[in-house]
Write a protein that binds this ligand. Structure first.
Ligand code: PEP
Ligand code: MN
Length: 339
C-alpha cells in the first residue's frame, strides 16, 4: 500500500504515519516527491488495512499497489531516479560510461586500461576482483588484492569504481574499496546477497539474470530497495535464447519496457550482450539510441591475452572510437529520451 500525504503535510505527520507502519510490524519507506511525500509499506504478506491510516492527520489517500513490486514503480516515484556517485551520476543529464576490463589481472594491466578510460571522459571504471566463472578451474579474480588495485585507480584518476560482489563477505570488501556494488547476472536471484546490498550505503548495479523476466528482474531490485537502499541501476546484459550467433541475446526492448514501469535508471552491457568484439560497438550505439542511461563496456589493453572474456573485449583504440560514436548519438537524441 501507498499512503499519499497531503502537499502541506508536516514532518511530524509523516513521522506519525511511519510510526504506525512500524507498530503494525511493517516497514515504511517515505519517498519525497516534487509535490508531496508518499509512504510505501513493505513487509506485509496480506493486504494492509487502510482504515488505520485514512484518518491520520496529513494523509490525503491510501492507494493499493496491485503489482508484485512497489518501490521500483513509477506509481510510487514519478520522477526518474538519478543515482549519484560522488559528483558523477547515472540517470541524470549525462550519458554514464562505465568501462574497464572484465577482470583486474595485474596492476599494470588495470592502470593501462584506466588511463584510456580516463582519457575518454568516462566517469566510471569497471573491473572484477571476484569473478563468477562457469568453470571452477577458470581464473577467479585477484580477490582483495584486485580491489586494492581498483582503489589505487580511484585515487590516481578520480574514476568511480564499479565491481562485483558474489557473496555477503564480498559486499563488505567492496564497500571498503569501491563506489558501486555490481550484482552479476548469475547472482540476480541470490536473495541474501540482494538483501545485504540493500543494507549498503553504496549504489547497486543490478544485472539482469540470464533467463530473468522483466518482473523477476524488477523484483530483484525490489529486494534491494525493500532494505532501504534506493540507489539501484538496472543493467540489461543479454539473455539466453536459441540464437547461436551471439553469446547472449541483448534484449534492447527491455529499455523502453523498464521505462514504462520504473523510475530506476537502466543501462546496457553490449559486451556480455553479444560476446563478440565485432558486435560490441554496433550494439552500444543501439543501446544509447533506444534510450539507455549509460553503457558498461569491457575494454582490455591486450584482448588476446585477457584472462576472462577476451573475445568480447575492445582494444583501447576501438573503445575510443565507441565513445565518440555513442556520444554523438546521445547528443542528437537526448531530448527525446525524457519519457
Ligand atoms: C561481468 O560484468 O564481467 C560479468 C560477469 O557480467 P554478467 O554478470 O552480466 O555475466
Ligand atoms: Mn566479463
Amino acid at each position: 500500500m501507498l499512503i499519499v500525504m497531503k502537499a502541506n503535510a508536516t514532518d511530524a505527520e509523516i513521522d506519525a504515519v511511519v510510526r504506525v507502519v512500524g507498530e503494525l510490524g511493517y516497514r515504511a519507506h517515505p519517498i519525497p516527491g516534487a509535490a508531496r511525500t508518499a509512504v510505501a509499506i513493505t513487509g506485509n504478506q496480506s493486504p494492509v488495512d487502510s482504515a488505520r491510516f485514512e484518518n491520520l492527520p496529513g494523509v490525503a489517500e491510501t492507494v493499493r499497489v496491485s503489482k508484485p513490486y512497489k518501490l521500483v514503480t513509477l506509481g510510487l516515484h514519478a520522477e526518474k531516479t538519478v543515482v549519484r556517485v560522488g559528483d558523477a551520476t547515472i540517470g541524470g543529464d549525462e550519458l554514464a560510461l562505465i568501462a574497464g576490463p572484465c577482470a583486474v589481472e595485474s596492476r599494470d594491466q588495470a592502470f593501462a586500461i584506466a588511463e584510456a578510460v580516463r582519457r575518454s571522459g568516462a566517469r566510471f571504471f569497471r573491473g572484477g576482483a571476484f569473478k563468477p566463472r562457469t568453470s571452477p578451474y577458470a581464473f577467479q579474480g585477484l580477490g582483495e588484492d584486485g580491489l586494492k588495485i581498483l582503489a589505487e585507480i580511484r585515487d590516481t584518476y578520480g574514476l568511480k569504481i564499479v565491481t562485483e560482489a558474489v557473496d555477503e563477505a564480498g559486499v563488505d570488501l567492496v564497500e571498503r574499496y569501491a563506489d558501486v556494488i555490481q550484482i552479476g547476472a548469475r547472482s540476480m536471484q541470490n536473495f541474501t546477497l540482494l538483501r545485504r546490498a540493500g543494507k549498503s550505503s553504496l549504489p547497486v548495479l543490478l544485472k539482469r539474470g540470464l533467463s530473468a523476466t522483466l518482473d523477476e528482474w524488477l523484483l530483484a531490485a525490489e529486494y534491494i530497495m525493500s532494505e532501504g537502499n534506493y540507489q539501484v541501476v538496472l543493467c540489461e546484459r543479454g539473455i539466453r535464447t536459441f540464437s547461436q550467433h551471439t553469446r547472449n541475446t541483448l534484449d534492447l526492448a527491455a529499455i523502453p519496457a523498464v521505462r514504462r514501469v520504473s523510475h530506476l535508471p537502466v543501462i546496457v552491457d553490449p559486451s556480455h550482450g553479444t560476446g563478440k568484439n565485432y558486435m560490441v560497438t554496433a550494439l552500444a550505439r543501439a543501446g544509447v539510441a533506444v534510450g539507455a542511461d549509460g553503457l558498461i563496456v569491457e575494454v582490455h589493453n591486450a584482448p588476446a591475452r585477457a584472462l576472462s572474456d577476451g573475445a568480447q573485449a575492445l582494444n583501447l583504440d576501438q573503445y575510443e572510437q565507441l565513445v565518440s560514436e555513442v556520444r554523438a548519438i546521445f547528443e542528437v537524441m537526448a531530448p527525446a529520451v525524457v519519457s
